[in-house]
Ligand binder design. Structure first.
Ligand SMILES: NC(=O)c1ccc[n+]([C@@H]2O[C@H](COP(=O)([O-])OP(=O)(O)OC[C@H]3O[C@@H](n4cnc5c(N)ncnc54)[C@H](O)[C@@H]3O)[C@@H](O)[C@H]2O)c1
Length: 313
C-alpha cells in the first residue's frame, strides 16, 4: 500500500467478506475501514463531503451468477443503484475526484466460441449479474459523457489467489478436497475459463489509474485458459497426490445450468500498450494459492451457508 495514500475502505461485510483478509493493514495510520452500504446515499454523500476523495475504486458488488437468477433484485440494488449512488456522490463532491475506476467483468460480453473480445465488442450479458454490470458501466459512462467525470472502466477475466471466498471455483474445489470431498463439476458443457492471479489484476488496476485515459475501457486478462474439468484434475493432483489413474475418482459431475457462457477470451492489447504484463504464471499462482489454502484451512471454516450453492465459474 502506497504510504503516501490515505485509504478509506467501505464495505458492508457481506457473507463473502472476511475482516481477517485485511488484518495486516488494519492498524495502519493511513487506513480507515467504514462498515456501510454503497446504496446508502446519505452515508456516501457524507463521506464525500467530509473527506477529500481523489480516487475511487468501485468494486463493491454482488457477484454470484447463480444467485443473480434467484434474487435479481438484490443484484440490481447493489450493482446498479449502488453504482448510481457512488458515481453521483463523486460528481457532486466539492472536491473533484481525479479518477473514478469502475471494476467490471468479462461477463459483460457474453460467451464466445471463437471470437476474441475487444473493448469495442458488443455487450451481450447472459445472466442478471452481468446485466447489472453492463447497466452500471452505462451509468458511469453517462457521467463522463455529460459531466466529464474522469471515469475509467476495467473488464477482467476471473481473478484467483489466496483468501478468495469459497464460492468461487478454485477455492471451492480446494476446500472440498481438503474435506476429503469430491470436486463437483456442474453440467456437461465444455466450459473453460481464463484465470488471472490477484497481484497481476491489482497491478493492472494501478497502472490504469496511473496511465489510463479517462473515458476509456480496458480489458484485464490472461492468455491462460483451462477447461473446468481439467482444472479439477489439476487441483486433485496437487492436493491429493494420487496416481493419474485415480484423479477422476475425486471428481463428481452434478447437474448444472443448461446454458452457461462457455468462454470469455479477451484481448488485452490496450492495457499492454500502457506497459502491463502478466508477471505470475499459472504454475506459480496456483502453487501459491494451493499452499495458502493448505496453510489456512480454517480461514473460511465458519462459513457453511454456501455449501449448497453452485460454485461460481
Ligand atoms: N472475482 C473475479 O473473478 C472478478 C472478475 C471480474 C470482475 N470482478 C469484479 O470485481 C469486484 C469484486 O469481485 P469479487 O470477486 O471480489 O467479489 P466478492 O463477491 O467476493 O466481494 C464483493 C465485495 O463487495 C462487498 N459488498 C457487497 N455488497 C455491498 C454493499 N451493498 N455495500 C458495500 N459493499 C458491498 C462485499 O462485502 C465484498 O467485500 C466486483 O465488482 C466484480 O464484479 C471480479
Amino acid at each position: 500500500m502506497n504510504p503516501e495514500w490515505r485509504i478509506i475502505n467501505l464495505d458492508n461485510l457481506d457473507y463473502c467478506y472476511s475482516p481477517r483478509s485485511l488484518e495486516s493493514i488494519q492498524g495502519r495510520k493511513n487506513y480507515t475501514f467504514i462498515q456501510g452500504d454503497v446504496c446508502n446515499s446519505q452515508l456516501i454523500n457524507h463521506i464525500f463531503c467530509t473527506e477529500n476523495i481523489d480516487i475511487i475504486f468501485h468494486l463493491a458488488a454482488k457477484t454470484h451468477v447463480e444467485s443473480s437468477f434467484q434474487s435479481p433484485s438484490g443484484f440490481q440494488r447493489v450493482n446498479v443503484d449502488g453504482t448510481r449512488v457512488l458515481v453521483d456522490a463523486a460528481h457532486r463532491s466539492r472536491h473533484r475526484p481525479k479518477r473514478f475506476i469502475y471494476v467490471s467483468t468479462d461477463e459483460v460480453y457474453g460467451g464466445s466460441l471463437g471470437d476474441v473480445f475487444h473493448e469495442s465488442s458488443p455487450l451481450r450479458p447472459t445472466n442478471p449479474y452481468a446485466a447489472t454490470k453492463v447497466a452500471a458501466e452505462c451509468l458511469v459512462r453517462s457521467y463522463w459523457d455529460k459531466y466529464q467525470l474522469p471515469i475509467i472502466i476495467t473488464r477482467s477475466n476471473n481473478v484467483y489467489g489466496p483468501r478468495q471466498y469459497t464460492e468461487k471455483v478454485i477455492p471451492r474445489f480446494l476446500t472440498l478436497l481438503q474435506k476429503n470431498k469430491k470436486c463437483t463439476v456442474q453440467g456437461t458443457l465444455p466450459i473453460s475459463r481464463h484465470f488471472l492471479f490477484v497481484s497481476d489484476a491489482v497491478q493492472a488496476f494501478l497502472l490504469v489509474l496511473e496511465k489510463g485515459t479517462v473515458g476509456e475501457i480496458y480489458n484485464v486478462g490472461t492468455s491462460f485458459e483451462i477447461p473446468i474439468t481439467q482444472l479439477a484434475q489439476e487441483l486433485v493432483r496437487m492436493v491429493k497426490n494420487v496416481p493419474e489413474a485415480e484423479t477422476n475418482d475425486w471428481i463428481e459431475f452434478v447437474p448444472g445450468r443448461q446454458r452457461v457462457d462457455l468462454r470469455y477470451p479477451i484481448s488485452c492489447e490496450k492495457l499492454q500498450q500502457l506497459g502491463w504484463r502478466e508477471e505470475v504464471s499459472w504454475a506459480e499462482g496456483i502453487r501459491r494459492t494451493v499452499q495458502w489454502y493448505q496453510d489456512n484451512p480454517d480461514f473460511w471454516s465458519d462459513v457453511s451457508e454456501d455449501q449448497t450453492k453452485q460454485q461460481e465459474v
